[in-house]
Design a protein around this ligand. Structure first.
Ligand code: C2E
Ligand code: MG
Ligand code: MG
Ligand code: MG
Length: 280
């Protein structure tokens, strides 16, 4: 039955594949225009302490709204940018904007995502060094987020680039932890500063069995390796309480704030600073 289903699907999809290629091509052209026209925007999502009261950092997230197509998710345009080489210019743009915007948020770090292809086909260390210099931004307040896929492609180069970033004073975070392959091995082998646990692990947080057990052991391992541990995708108070008790250092998720445009993030940070000053 399964075999027949596959054949049927393949036949049925054949004409649609042309349409899909045309759509992709159109999307690529639109993305090129957006980059050239400076239409790639940067939003910021806060990383807060476990009490949820203090903003410790922000993550920069690329946003694209096309005039005719409407908003396009990063889950669509980032992979497209990676496949077409456009990720290099998007990456530089996001980095520049992020450190310029974050300059006003004193004491708060800014995290920028870097794709595997940027590490393997570009010189991320040099790009970061120049961006920091041009903006006179303190390296200690910049974090670079990479995923396990970076380590898979070319371990030697990944290691060199990571060390290069850390030599500048920049922190390196392992993003979406737990979604890749031999995660635990990588954690020991590479000297990350920070561990961001993928939000898929949170489904079970606060509800007893299996996933809480796995989550708890990931947190414990992170602590043993002296990493700053972040939980991504925190959406409920129950999750927050559980993560706080389990020993997480930082939390990120819709419970605290969705990603916001720069002006709104400035307000968000200001309001939290006032709130914590009053509270203390
Ligand atoms: P990521 O780096 O893991 O970023 C976190 C994603 O989770 C963001 O999705 C954020 O909006 C979403 N998120 C945050 N809190 C919650 C929550 O409580 N619940 C749920 N359901 N989602 C939450 P976004 O902005 O759509 O970005 C998706 C991915 O695209 C990012 O995942 C990152 O891998 C990539 N990306 C975004 N901007 C850039 C960029 O400038 N450069 C590169 N290379 N990749 C980027
Ligand atoms: Mg990230
Ligand atoms: Mg992530
Ligand atoms: Mg992700």
């Amino acid at each position: 039955k399964a075999k027949g289903a596959i054949t049927e699907t393949a036949v049925a999809f054949a004409p649609e594949m042309d349409a899909e290629i045309t759509y992709r091509h159109m999307l690529e052209m639109a993305l090129r225009d957006a980059i050239a026209g400076g239409a790639i925007d940067v939003f910021y999502q806060p990383l807060v302490d476990v009490s949820g009261k203090r903003v410790l950092g922000v993550e920069a997230l690329a946003r694209w709204t096309d005039a005719t197509l409407g908003p396009i998710s990063p889950d669509i345009f980032i992979p497209l940018a990676e496949e077409t080489g456009l990720i290099q210019s998007i990456g530089e743009h996001v980095l520049d904007r992020a450190i310029r915007d974050a300059k006003a948020w004193s004491g708060i770090s800014v995290a920028v995502n870097v794709s595997a292809s940027q590490i393997h086909h570009g010189d991320v260390v040099e790009v970061v060094r120049q961006a920091l210099e041009a903006s006179q931004f303190p390296a200690e307040r910049l974090e670079i987020e990479i995923t396990e896929s970076v380590l898979l492609a070319d371990e030697k180069r990944a290691n060199e680039q990571m060390r290069g970033l850390q030599a500048l004073g920049v922190k390196v975070a392992l993003d979406d932890f737990g979604t890749g392959y031999s995660s635990l091995q990588y954690l020991r082998r590479f000297g990350f500063d920070k561990l961001k646990i993928d939000r898929s692990f949170l489904d079970g947080a606060g509800e007893p069995p299996e996933s809480s057990v796995i989550l708890a052991s990931i947190i414990r391992l992170g602590q043993d390796l002296d990493l700053t541990i972040v939980a991504e995708g925190v959406e409920t108070r129950e999750q927050q309480r559980w993560l706080q008790a389990a020993g997480c250092d930082q939390l990120q998720g819709y419970l605290f704030s969705r990603p916001l445009p720069v002006a709104q993030m400035t307000e968000f940070i200001a309001s939290r600073q006032i709130a914590s000053a009053v509270a203390s």
